[in-house]
Design a protein. Structure first.
Length: 317
């Protein structure tokens, strides 16, 4: 199987049109058609269905596309790493940053690596977990940091835990409930909330903790998948939120935020590093993983939290 044919094939799938694909990769349309035909002959399968506006990958074509994207990405990465090594450089890192991860830990870790290896270059993208995991599988990212999903059965990805946390009720220090004694779920149901709706677990836990007690579920004043928006909202009004303390570690440490003691059911969550299984990690990526582990230890994020609620069954179904 010729790597050029795979590149031509991926371009055709991406553009959905032979003419646009040939222009994008700077070859003639007849040459592209011939390349696709050679690939189909090699595999003895039909890769595209033709229609008036262009082409669409068949079932086998879509399957090949997933593998071809990864093959091309890894081959390009290998070439760049070898060229960088010849020049005495350590390489380039592509990092995915989940919107629900403790950002300060990632930033500190990246700059720690840059201090040690100034020739490294880094690209960081911030996206929802679903998009990050897709980019990892396609080879568009070298690693990601995020709160883990409920389902971690994807055999293509490795989940390496950095932080084990529990969801807590958070408010700003000026909130009337800051430094108050234990709050019942009924009292919490009467408050205004800012809800992070990124991970499915947050929404499920938020609803379940009220429904299980036959209490009305508060309608959040703000729902967002952005930690920046959530923090900004908390700072601007008397709202409560439901988050793992590691996400707001700096604010809790400075006293800007407070944990509200409550009857909230204790539900554990994990966050950490995600990368492709059966992949050779570049030296630069290994350096970032080591820096993340060091910064986690410095922040003591895995120290057990002091109990602030009653023990209750974990029921978020």
């Amino acid at each position: 199987m010729d790597i050029r044919h795979l590149r031509h094939f991926v371009a055709t799938v991406d553009h959905g049109n032979m003419l646009r694909a040939s222009a994008a990769i700077h070859i003639t349309q007849p040459a592209l058609t011939k390349s696709i035909k050679s690939l189909e002959d090699d595999l003895q399968i039909k890769l595209f269905n033709r229609h008036p506006k262009g082409v669409e990958a068949t079932v086998f074509g879509r399957q090949l596309y997933e593998h071809a994207r990864l093959i091309i990405s890894q081959l390009d990465r290998a070439e760049k790493e070898i060229r960088a090594g010849v020049k005495g450089e350590i390489g380039h890192i592509r990092v995915g940053f989940g919107w629900n991860f403790a950002g300060n830990m990632l930033v500190n870790s990246l700059f720690d690596v840059l201090k040690q290896h100034p020739n490294i270059t880094i690209s960081v993208v911030s996206k929802p977990f679903e998009e990050i995991s897709k980019m990892l599988r396609h080879g568009d990212l070298d690693l990601a940091v995020a709160i883990f999903p409920l389902d971690q059965s994807d055999a293509e990805l490795i989940y390496e835990t950095l932080v084990v946390d529990e969801f807590r009720t958070i408010c700003r220090r000026e909130h009337p409930l800051a430094d108050q004694p234990m709050q019942t779920l009924k009292q919490l149901s009467e408050q205004d909330w800012v809800l992070f709706d990124g991970p499915e677990l947050v929404v499920r836990l938020f609803r379940a903790m009220f429904l299980d007690e036959d209490l009305p579920v508060p309608q959040p004043v703000v729902k967002t998948n952005s930690i920046f928006v959530l923090k900004s909202a908390l700072q601007r009004g008397n709202y409560l939120s439901l988050v793992p303390p590691s996400i707001v570690h700096e604010e809790l440490k400075s006293g800007a935020y407070k944990i509200v003691p409550s009857e909230l059911p204790q539900k554990q969550t994990k966050a950490g590093i995600i990368y492709r299984a059966n992949d050779v990690l570049p030296l630069a990526v290994s350096e970032v993983i080591g820096a993340l582990q060091n910064n986690r230890d410095k922040l003591n994020l895995n120290e057990k939290l002091a109990p602030v609620g009653f023990d209750r069954p974990e029921n978020v179904g």
